[in-house]
Write a protein that binds this ligand. Sequence first.
Ligand code: ZN
Length: 82
Amino acid sequence: MAQSDHDAELAYMADPSKCPFCGNDDLGWEAIDAAAPLRAICSVYCEQCGAKWMEIYKMTAVTIEQEGRVSQQIIKAMRDRK
Ligand SMILES: [Zn+2]
């Protein structure tokens, strides 16, 4: 398993279905919080070892809503604001 926090982050990015510290797949997710207009953060915890970490999301696509229906067109907005 992970030897450092950085190793754990890399392991989790490679396989986000498992705890990067103990390998358990029984994870819990808390509500996603909007951190900024283009960011969202989700708190995750391992039910087995109690480790906690955050998943950080950024917007990757937009769907335009027209007359109450979501259009079929998807506008890719691969924004990269590190
Ligand atoms: Zn764990």
